[in-house]
Design a binder for this molecule. Sequence first.
Ligand code: ADP
Ligand code: ADP
Length: 220
Amino acid sequence: MIRLQDVTRIYSREGAAVKALDAVNLEVPTGEFASVTGPSGCGKSTLLNVLGGLDKPDSGELWVGDLPLHSATDAQLTAYRRNDLGIVFQFFNLLPSMTVEENVELPLLLRGEPSKKARPRAEEMLDLVGLTKRLGHFPHQLSGGEMQRVAIARALAGRPRLLLADEPTGNLDSENAARVTDTLLKIASQKIVTMIIVTHSSELAALAPLHIRMLDGKIL
Ligand code: ADP
Ligand code: ADP
């Protein structure tokens, strides 16, 4: 369960206070798929940043399971980001000099897993996103949709509790966006990882069982 209780994040801009998050209350059950929509500046990125442990609320409580992110130490946040979190970005962020398989394996190797374990896990995840045939290819040989599915496989490789995505279909044509959406729905149907996805796609947003609409730092 992800639980936000009166979470407020205030930025100062030219001397004035901007409430990027204004006493937000939210519960996302474990394994649920939630979409987040709202106009530019409504607080979507700030919500992802606090959920990702990159930013801390000024007040309120933010729990990921039994971990209180609002009061976590830097060491706890580092461990959380490494072990419990998968992130998918709009622009994929794959390493161009590594193959598809190496990109997916990398986070596992970086946290000290032997390649004997990392390799089959990477292959399992690439099978999940339908890219078994692309194992040995490099990112530049793939379509945008395929690159994003590699990024999804990479984000899931470490068995995160929470998958955060920031505009995962924002840089894709409709056909590639549809494939990425299908992949996300397939993962959601497994109900293993909690998914919170910021999107401008009303289609993707509507497919999520929980649709969070934001305005001016508040959840409508
Ligand atoms: P200050 O606290 O003095 O406003 P900051 O370093 O926080 O200084 O920000 C400098 C300027 O850049 C501010 O006008 C701020 O609104 C803007 N800014 C910084 N980051 C962002 C962001 N992520 N979104 C919107 N505006 C931002
Ligand atoms: P969204 O992702 O929905 O576009 P943001 O979370 O980026 O919204 O921003 C919410 C509000 O907080 C906006 O008014 C934005 O300008 C402000 N903001 C975000 N980050 C900063 C920052 N680092 N400094 C100042 N203002 C910021």
